[in-house]
Design a protein around this ligand. Sequence first.
Ligand SMILES: O=P(O)(O)OC[C@H]1O[C@H](OP(=O)(O)OP(=O)(O)O)[C@H](O)[C@@H]1O
Ligand SMILES: Nc1ncnc2[nH]cnc12
Length: 179
Amino acid sequence: MTDIKELLLSRIRDVADYPEPGVMFKDITPLLADPAAFTALTDALAEIATETGATKVVGLEARGFILGAPVAVRAGLGFIPVRKAGKLPGATLRQAYDLEYGSAEIEIHAEDLTSADRVLIVDDVLATGGTAEAAIHLIQRAGAEVSGLAVLMELGFLAGRARLAPALGEAPLEALLQV
Ligand SMILES: O=P(O)(O)OC[C@H]1O[C@H](OP(=O)(O)OP(=O)(O)O)[C@H](O)[C@@H]1O
Ligand SMILES: Nc1ncnc2[nH]cnc12
């Protein structure tokens, strides 16, 4: 494992049975509190944004905002929030999805993307892939193209990668860590 991956992994805390029994929660708050680790993570994700030719960064509420916003600034790109339903004031597109512990709906401002945009989606964890799949559909419904999906950590045993393959097509799924 590279030094950066070891640093990132060392700053993620496992919390058993949160938010419900049977879930091993991956808590990134120690990583966010460490400026060296947070900077290394931001730089690595920004490199993916540049490599995939992204014109915009989409972050998924809430942890995807914390990671995605500095990535957008670092890569010199605009940031677009995908929010839980009911939080955006303008005209939105909405998509329902299931996740490891529940179900939800997310929205994007329809006017934030055009057919000229290539979008890198940024989030902390890929688990079942339900959230990312819904975000991909929102971006495509807004007329834009997904340049890739970049996550800090992929929970391989939940098979999100296989679930996302049809929606992602040729666009890469980059996970800095696999657990
Ligand atoms: O691959 P999935 O099974 O969809 O799960 C991954 C999603 O779950 C978490 O978000 P959560 O909905 O818990 O929201 P939060 O960031 O507001 O805590 C995580 O930040 C991802 O967005
Ligand atoms: N196990 C987990 N840890 C942190 N975030 C998650 N999102 C979905 N599953 C998760």
